[in-house]
Design a protein around this ligand. Structure first.
Ligand code: ZN
Length: 245
């Protein structure tokens, strides 16, 4: 089983009737319900207002991949919890940052750049997500592109480090382009950023978005993570090419 924790700040749903109507159980539950269609996923949720934001060391130790949605309350996430999540990623937990999680403390710490920097406008325009890396497991089965009829526009420049894999670039009729699906390796962990998911749009009910998030979980998951040996060591003996006895 792949153990997934869907984390959501869960604030817009409690304060904005439009968002509450769209996601009555919260965006985390909509994302989790879609992921639960995969019989090999064990999906739990956690939110900001829970003790330790629902992310105790025990919860993180039992999480293979964490999904992160935040927007209005990035500053309310404690540095202690951010450090805890960061350490787990270094030790092999996958992390998927969704939409406005581009400006979250954890994503900025993992990237080491000003990931909060990008163009945006909330006009409710369509977006076309072009597959850039056909061979990438996250893009499996999507064809050349897919579209969302309404989504918040994000545009370049996006203040990320150069991605290890660039899976999607978005095109928006208003003229912007955006690196909307990006992968990085951090320590033993894998990190995927995926742009769609503004809180007033029905994005997390979209079949292609659900497919990308599920394939993102499979890509970010690492089985059998072993500790890395570093620091002072003795010489490594008896390594010969093709002639081991
Ligand atoms: Zn948004």
């Amino acid at each position: 089983m792949i153990r997934v924790t869907v984390w959501n700040e869960y604030q817009h749903e409690k304060t904005d009737p439009k968002v509450a109507a769209l996601y009555p159980k919260g965006m985390h539950e909509a994302i989790a319900e879609a992921l639960r269609k995969n019989p090999d996923f064990d999906v739990k949720t956690a939110t900001l207002d829970e003790p330790e934001h629902g992310l105790t060391q025990e919860v993180l130790d039992q999480t293979d991949v964490i999904i992160w949605w935040g927007h209005m309350a990035h500053h309310k996430v404690s540095d202690e919890v951010v450090e805890r999540v960061y350490r787990r990623v270094q030790d092999g937990m996958g992390l998927i940052a969704l939409h406005s999680a581009h400006a979250s403390k954890i994503f900025e710490k993992l990237m080491g750049t000003n990931t909060g920097s990008l163009r945006w406008r909330e006009d409710g325009e369509m977006v076309r997500l072009w597959v850039i890396d056909y061979a990438h497991p996250i893009a499996e089965g999507l064809g050349d592109y897919f579209e969302l009829p309404i989504e918040e526009t994000y545009g370049e420049h996006f203040g990320i480090p150069k991605p290890d894999d660039l899976v999607f670039i978005s095109w928006i009729p208003g003229g912007e382009v955006f690196r909307s699906g990006c992968c990085w390796h951090r320590g033993q962990g894998r990190v995927f950023y995926f742009q769609p998911g503004h809180e007033t749009c029905p994005t997390y009910y979209d079949a292609n978005v659900q497919k990308v998030i599920a394939q993102g979980v499979r890509w970010a998951y690492r089985a059998n993570v072993a500790p890395i040996v570093t620091g002072f060591t003795r010489p490594i003996p008896d390594i010969t090419l093709g002639n081991a006895e």
